[in-house]
Design a protein around this ligand. Structure first.
Ligand code: ADP
Ligand code: ASP
Ligand code: MG
Length: 368
């Protein structure tokens, strides 16, 4: 899956990723470029993955919606992949103006190969030959996140928030020394800090717990990114752009107990009887009654019932006698509940006040 380690490695390779909120306008972008140039001058080889400038992916989706009610997913990919291309070129220019050589590449130029599931593709291989060549030449490589090329040579995108996955998949392929994911929050919190004032920063988190948190709605990381890090054994950190704080370190180290709570209102429940008629592919959590699907990247008509989920994550939750009852009681009435290796989850009707419920669960079940 990954390319061999270059033999003549002199400097540490660090992969950084900057999200849309860190690149919202020209001033923010120039600030990021300055920091990158400084780090390179200090002796680090940098690969920098960028998202589209804040809000621009949403703007492109809204534009497509004005043109067509059900645009083809292939054409959406052609459109949405342009957002990250804008940022990569601008950041490369800004870094050059700081006196450091930089070159930008699209996902396909970096050798990011995906399956052919448009709008929600999975990376199946990374062959970063061009990235390695440019690093050898002493350049900073800027990569458009969120996109790749399918084995049919079609442009694909990785699902909302997918730039994180570009960064971790590249870090794995390059055998990078570390990976730093920068956003507008200090790291991973015990709940979305925008919803819960009392949420606290988690200094460390295991791959499994964070993957479960992300898969069940926490936007702070893309779940597939965490899966790449877990498989490659890469420790990475989630940090705030412009801050020198260490943020959250994500590794294989385990922690028992409830670490965080998350929710999602972008779920569809497909009854088992309707499954044979459904065009939906995968991204599902199976149960004997039907399947739960993330609706965020579907962009098409589906035959399901809108619902919400709320999850608590951490290790060994089922060993804690009484925890599942307490959780279900707090969330009542629930349509159903299930457990996974790293969490307990409930399915709720779509009309529930998730903000209030998240606060209640955080106050009752998460230690300060
Ligand atoms: P970026 O654009 O940099 O990729 P995102 O908006 O995708 O950033 O992710 C950061 C956001 O994730 C934060 O602004 C925060 O509101 C949200 N978030 C949700 N759950 C959590 C959590 N448990 N910890 C930290 N942030 C969270
Ligand atoms: N720009 C894409 C999105 O808004 C990908 C990303 O930000 O990671 O979902
Ligand atoms: Mg994101």
């Amino acid at each position: 899956m990954t390319s061999p380690t270059p033999i003549s490695r002199r400097k540490a390779i660090v992969v950084q990723k900057y999200g849309g909120s860190s690149l919202a306008d020209a001033a923010a972008l120039k600030g990021v470029a300055k920091g990158i140039a400084q780090r390179v001058k200090e002796g680090t080889q940098l690969v920098v993955v960028v998202s589209a400038m804040g809000g621009s992916t949403d703007a492109l989706i809204a534009l497509a919606a004005q043109i067509s009610e059900h645009p083809k997913r292939r054409e959406l990919d052609m459109l949405l992949s342009t957002g990250e291309r804008v940022t990569m070129a601008l950041l490369s220019m800004a870094i050059a103006d700081c006196g450091v050589e930089a070159i930008s590449f699209t996902g396909s130029q970096c050798g990011i190969i995906t399956n052919d599931r448009h709008a929600d593709a999975r990376i199946i291989d990374v062959r970063p030959v061009r990235v390695e060549d440019e690093l050898e030449r002493g350049r900073v490589v800027i990569v458009a996140g969120f996109q790749g090329m399918s084995y049919k040579r079609e442009i694909t995108t990785l699902g909302r928030g997918g730039s994180d996955t570009t960064a971790l998949a590249l870090a794995a392929a390059l055998h990078a020394d570390s990976c730093e994911i920068y956003s507008d929050v200090e790291g991973v919190f015990s709940a979305d800090p925008r919803l819960v004032n009392e949420a606290h920063l988690l200094d460390t988190m295991s791959y499994g717990s964070l993957e479960s948190l992300a898969r069940n709605g926490a936007k702070v990381l893309h779940a597939d990114a965490v899966a790449w890090a877990r498989r490659a054994g890469i420790q990475f950190s989630a940090r705030k752009t412009g801050s020198s704080a260490k943020g959250t370190l994500v590794s294989a180290a385990k922690h028992s107990g409830v670490q965080a709570v998350t929710s999602s209102d972008k779920r569809l429940w497909i009854a088992a009887s309707a499954l044979t008629q459904s065009p939906i592919q995968a991204l599902v959590w199976a149960s004997h009654e039907g399947v739960l699907v993330n609706s965020e990247n579907l962009h098409e008509e589906t035959y399901g019932e809108a619902c919400s989920t709320l999850s608590i994550v951490g290790e060994g939750l089922l060993d804690n006698a009484g925890l599942s009852e307490a959780f279900i009681d707090l969330c009542a009435p629930v349509l159903g509940w299930w457990s996974s290796d790293y969490g307990l989850h409930v399915r709720l009707t779509a009309d529930r006040d998730l903000k209030a419920l998240t606060r209640r669960v955080h106050a009752a079940l998460i230690e300060p």
